[in-house]
Design a protein around this ligand. Sequence first.
Ligand SMILES: Cc1ncc(COP(=O)(O)O)c(C=O)c1O
Length: 507
Amino acid sequence: MSSRARIPVTGRAADTVLDELAAMKTPDTDWRRGRVFSLVYHAGDEHERLLQRAHALYASANLLNPMAFQSLRRMEAEITQMVAGLFHGPPSAVGSVTSGGTESILCAVATYREHARAQRPVFGRLGHRPQIVAPQTIHPAFDKAAHWFGVELKKVAVDDDQRVRPEAMARAIGRRTIALAVSAPQYPHGSIDPVAEVGAIAARHGLPLHVDACVGGFMLPWLERLGRPIAPWDFRVPGVTSISADLHKYGYAGKGASTLTWRDMTWMRHQFFVATDYPGGIYVSPTMIGTRPGGPLAAAWAALHTQGEDGYLKLTRAAIDAADRIRAGITAVPGLALIGRSDTTIVAWGAAAGGPDLYAIADRLEARGWSVDRTQHPAGVHLTVTANHLAIADDYVRDVAAATAEVRADPSLAKEPVAAMYGMMAKIPVRGLVKRSVRQLFERMYAPGVIVPDATAPADDAVGRLLDKHGAKVDAVLDGVDRLRARLRRVRTRGGRPPGRIPDGNR
Ligand SMILES: Cc1ncc(COP(=O)(O)O)c(C=O)c1O
């Protein structure tokens, strides 16, 4: 435990502080070289400098009061209008800029709950929990929103191509359902849910449909213009009532900027929160946060204006070329297979049935200097491919092939601690155990006096203890459970009985 940091008694020189800030970056992930496939969307150093300058101009401005900061309100209105146009919204379309995808989704879930309560006052009372139906692959921001706002998130299984089946969504709708949500595309594998079909179902049931285009909102329109076959996903689908889309992803804005767009004000009016009794005056707020920072808004506005349509088309062409090259390269490696569809600039791959251990390959890739995002159910590797990755696409494929060959030659690499841990975490059926273990990690990270937890310290949590002491045995038991499940499935299928469905207790 380090000693507690404190405010210096006398202020330090600005240059020294800035130098220290710059030096602090040293251990951070180096995203400029294209060896990281998430978190940062880099459109080049010149664009980066523009974002910094625009941000600096409005670093202290606050959109909490749009009359005091009319400049910021103007930027928000203009961004909303540009986005509504890009997504083929009707003239009635309205929206707001938020701090990120999660905030956009929190606002959408809270708004649909408020709308449902206004329509049917019984919702949210007497234990009558409103419900949103969404695919299993929907972003965890929906779980967070559901958890915080007393909404049940009913998840629907997806197909092998990682898209939800419209009939499965329809079957999940019950009396408590207040909205449907799908992704365009979902983050882990880049597959676009069948928005048009689900939109028709939503319209038939008189339900609203949210499209989470946080990662796709500033990628799909340009892919479509480049001639890629993109199924309808935006306001052209009549059932779509709202869309979340992040400027700070493929909009190449600075961090802290997303959008939530509504088909019309009949929905958005339920997003506004008003407190009338506050001694500080009447308080009104359109989004989750109170103070609304001007810097990210100005940087996003500047990004849209400086890139323009031609800039975004160029960035998207580079990103999809890189993604296609990576996909072709991975497909050519024996033992590997793509996961999901190849519609977008997101790539996901894993080991083919009977192929080498995926998590061991991931370790060997990391040893070659790549930052690897491991996914689960199924085990895979995720890449958010951007324009910045065109220069390294071939290097990446070469290293994946080499890492795979290494694991084929020495399968015992799957027993190395990191690969074994991911393998185990993915398999542990008791998700509560995993949740407790991850919470404990964060309790250590946020403990008093701690700045960065010691990652090499022995695990003192349930899953850690399980892995340390009984890893091999637990692994064998879980394999046995998997085999039993597979046998059960085979017996069921042979018996001609359709796989059982858990009864829906909501109806
Ligand atoms: C599809 C999707 N939805 C929501 C989010 C959440 O966005 P944020 O991390 O900006 O809160 C993400 C982030 O990756 C995403 O890909």
